[in-house]
Design a protein. Sequence first.
Lengths: 319, 547
Amino acid sequence: MKGFPLLRRILQAVVVLWAAFTLSFVILYLLPGDAVLTKLGSAEGGPSASPAQIAALRAEYGLNDPVIVQYGKHLLAALHGDFGTSVATGDDATHQVLTALPPTLAVSGLALVLAIVFGGGIAVLGTFTRTRWVSQLLLSLPPLGTSLPTFWVGLLLIQLFSFQLRLFPALGSTGFASLVLPAVTLALPTGAIIAQVLAKSLQTQLAEPYIEVVRAKGASRRRVHFAHALRNAGLPALTLVGVVAGNLLAGSVVTETVFSRDGLGRVTAAAVTAQDVPVVQAVIVLAAFFFVVLNLAVDLVYPLLDPRVSVRKEVPAHV
Amino acid sequence: MPRHTPPRPGRPARARSRFAFALALPLLLAACGTAGGASPQDAGPPRPGGTLRLGISSNPDCVDPQQVSTNASVNVGRQLVDSLTDQDPKTGAITPWLADRWTVSPDSTSFTFHLRSGATFSDGSPVDAAAVKTSFDGIKALGAKALLGSSYLAAYRGATVVDPATVRLDFSQPSAQFLQASSTMSLGVLAPAAFKHTAEQRCQGTGLIGSGPFVFTSLKPNQNIVLSKRTGYHWGSPLWRHQGEAYVDKIDFRVVPEPGVRSGSLTSGQLDAITDVQPVDEPQFSGNGFTEPVRPNPGIVFNLHANVTRGVLADEKVRQAVSKGVNRPEVTSTVLTPNYKPATSILGSATPLYTDLSKELAYDPAGAQALLQSDGWVPGPDGIRTKNGQRLSASVLFSAVFNQNQSVLELLQQQLRKIGFDLKIELHTNAEVTRLQQAGDYDFLWYNVTRADPDILRQQFSTKTNNRSKLPADNPLDASLTEQSATVDAAKRKPAAEKAQRTIVEQAYSIPVFELTQVLGVGPNAHDVGFEASSRLQLFDAWVSAS
């Protein structure tokens, strides 16, 4: 195994995907009610359907099978990329999720860029500047950013930039302009976390003895800060990007609702509410897949930043 | 050596977030007051062309009018199909549409429709007797997938093509309600070609071929649904304001779930009209160029439907006291708005054959207390009455299908506490409510049903159908419910329908509270956005001014 760390990683990934699939199935199964009852119950006044009609509908969606048979069927089909048909919409679950993916990726991607640029910028400037009040101001922004509720920020941005100034559309997912407000909303908490972690580790690095050495060798303040401290401080922040990607996905539930956009967040929220097992599982497996891939990518980037870390061998306990 | 002062994040953050609030508040307030500088446009004459951008509150899971039952979906589906008949929103009378005349057998088991000539589906095929038969058979085959349609066709036996322009539909028992049902979009006619596609495909718009004034164009989930004007359409219902093609070229239904964003988008001109205006947003659309069309839903009003086999609700006097203890005008004037009407019968005032029972449903807390006292219920230490150790308490089962449900029920809880009745509020998911409802495991059910025909009472109360009150076989209600279902003659039907409403209110099988009302917001550029008899949107006459 030791010679094939990549192979091991992939095996781990498969296990993670399977666990996500199984766990979500179990949770949805344990919830009271099922997708058919939810679908019928969404009609005002409740169902006027006869018990026989309901039974027929449940049979059609395979909900009358024993749970282990349902699980087996789902798992087998999922291996072929087929998560089944959405009970709520009648659409193919995989298709539904894949259609919702691009708008979410667009917003999350832009949000990630904004978060890294502004979050990173604030951390670097806040620790670099010599003016004390500027430093304090900048470094107090991240806690503010994490404590503002996304929902509220989104509504505020819409109110100001769409309803009042009419610079950006309040709704829809067409065109770049529609990306801006949701991406800013989503970037705020994410950028704040990046800024907090990066600022903290920059401060730690700047207090390390090696900085004294570099400085003694006559390096400029800028060189000390950017070429030495930042490079080392970047590692924890990079690890964070993997985690943050998950946050972006979770945050998209809120931003997509507030900004009336299509996307994975909306699809997920609707599917969970409707106990629409096929769609929920397609989303979860996709999310788990992204998570695994992203973290793998982060691991692969480590050695570029820190030569002490290598993918080939296990990280030794002592350097 | 430079010194780094670690920042103290906690304090300044809190101070600044308060500052941000202070900054934002006036902004929000200002936004509430503004009408976005829009000035009222001249309202007429109607102008063809343009797109009507209509904000709706939830994503329609399905757009096939025959299958849908949620409010967001019916408003889309209604525009795509024509029905055999139409219903006059003012009088409730059934009027011609695809059928220009019809006859009903004396026992209301057989309906013969004579179709008008010239109507075609959007694939070019004619709207003839064979197509009507295929469509009705198709709805019946959908079963529980067509919740509304299959309940209308519960006794449907089949259709017979008498000649290309005449079709006869037969029922296994008297079905007077079917005449009104034939005017709903749930029984709207789809082309035979539509049934070559699966129900799921039609839901997503594939093969959704109707003869309506608009044709399905595109659907993006959680985004929008676009319908286009059917060119050459000339078989509209004579009830409509104009004939020929619809005015607008396109209707763009935009899904905007957040109510504040919906109303803000309307005031800032990003939408032309919106549905589901929330009570808190209503003041924005009075005067200043905006209009606020409203229509109460016909059918069963929002009510506490009692299960008479459960606990204290088995006692008729207790149920009657609860009805007297509910202050209906307070519900509409505090939690809701004056656009909503207090219930004056179990049926909404827009329902044909509705009877005004406002006297019987007047607020009478003293009467309620006297009734309970004489029945042996005495106030306990916590103010809730008891009798032989039993507390005067019942729970109400509901889901959040209507946004204000929770606040309305909380108000009812306070009102009933004053007469010594303890109402427990139980919020559940749709699935859970459905399950408990099917199992009969509830004290009170909280719901409403939209239907522009008194037969909805039979659906919910009769021991032969849903029997939500769990009435015994020998009850004073069944006879009048059956009687009203036996004839389409309004004059003969009216006494039976009135008797049914009276019995329900007097026996307090259910406690009516308020009428669900559709509240629209319409911008200065949009005109004649109206309702049909079932309070669904009818957009044939709608038009937009040149901007």
